[in-house]
Design a protein around this ligand. Structure first.
Ligand code: UDP
Length: 327
């Protein structure tokens, strides 16, 4: 079985990707610092603890496993945090990715699948965003991801490193079999926080801003089921292994949900109303991020079947009530 190096394989999306890679016949080798990931989430292949900033360690891992590709998830990804400490984001995400990319090229591993983000587009006046929309990030997280995209293009020109870039919209849901799920410490994401508020683990959800230029005043996001999202990575990997050109794909459904709409849907799924308060805006948040493209569907053959809000909340709720990793 071919090895695939998965950075961030102990995290939320990375652990689901490892499961999908395993099911597709690859051996996922997780490289993770465990700063935000969980050892318990590494269930589908070998684990190598390490930091992206540790170049020597990366080179050892490439030499040991000779991966056919890298799938690069490891990153800091919190809008609130990046506004407080942008240096953390430039160092970890950008300098860390440079180490990884250089180590991949040095070892002859020339297929690279990269997790980018719709945050690279920034706030664009309520338009839907396709892959050709200008990239004007309004926070350091988005800026760091845009820089890595540029880096990949430069390394392709100079060294032939081929890549697929996925710009994620918001990811939710969990493995329906309950082996892995979403678990952050501290938690900052809407869906798990909302579920915490639903079952009394927290008093109420604070809505970050009700005065945005949207129909109900709360921010709008495009949510994708984590299982659909990772399926696209398998297709992206095959795309590269088939020798196709480097490509950027949005991963979103094209449907936008406001924060209040997500709360309503969760009431419908769980039969419990989410207690919430109306708080101030969170710095760095865009008004609306909705994918306007079908490129992944048309070109990759991506078929996101679980990405209805109802299904995402159902799967997240099941995980929330049963599975957790050890702190
Ligand atoms: N959000 C909120 N309260 C929270 C966490 C998030 O109102 O406690 C909102 C946030 O402003 C954004 C949406 O929920 O509009 C999704 O935020 P999340 O942090 O889950 O993902 P992001 O969009 O930052 O990637």
């Amino acid at each position: 079985m071919s090895n695939v190096l998965v950075t961030g394989g102990a995290g939320y999306i990375g652990s689901h990707a490892c499961k999908a890679l395993r099911a597709a016949g690859y051996t996922p080798v997780t490289y993770d610092s465990l700063v935000t990931g969980w050892r318990d989430a590494v269930k589908f292949g070998p684990f190598e603890k390490g930091d992206l900033l540790d170049r020597a360690r990366l080179e050892t891992v490439f030499a040991q496993y000779e991966p056919v590709a890298v799938v690069h998830f490891a990153a800091l990804s919190l809008v609130g945090e990046c506004m407080q400490d942008p240096g953390l984001y430039w160092r970890n995400n950008v300098a860390g990715s440079l180490n990884l990319i250089e180590a991949a090229v040095a070892s002859g591993c020339m297929n690279f699948v990269f997790s980018s983000t719709c945050a690279t587009y920034g706030d664009q006046d309520n338009v839907v965003l396709d892959e050709n929309s200008p990239q004007q990030p309004i926070n350091a997280y988005g800026a760091s991801k845009r820089a890595i995209e540029d880096m990949l293009r430069d390394f392709e020109v100079a060294h032939g490193l081929r890549h697929v870039i996925f710009r994620y919209f918001n990811v939710a849901g969990a493995d329906p079999e309950g082996e892995v799920g979403e678990f952050h410490r501290p938690e900052t994401h809407l869906v798990p926080l909302m579920l915490d508020a639903l079952d009394g683990k927290r008093e109420a959800l604070a809505i970050f801003g009700t005065d945005y230029d949207t129909p109900d005043g709360t921010c709008i996001r495009d949510y994708v089921h984590v299982c659909d999202l990772v399926d696209a990575h398998i297709l992206g990997l095959k795309w590269l292994q088939d020798g196709k050109d480097s490509r950027v794909f949005n991963l979103g459904t094209g449907d936008g949900f406001s924060v209040l709409e997500v709360l309503e849907q969760s009431h419908a799924v769980t039969n419990r109303a989410v207690p919430y308060t109306e708080g101030p805006r969170r710095a760095g948040d865009c008004t609306k991020l909705v994918s306007g493209s079908q490129r992944a569907v048309k070109e990759l053959g991506w078929n996101p079947q679980r990405s209805t809000m109802k299904q995402m909340i159902t799967d997240a709720w099941r995980w929330h009530q049963s599975g957790h990793y050890e702190d």
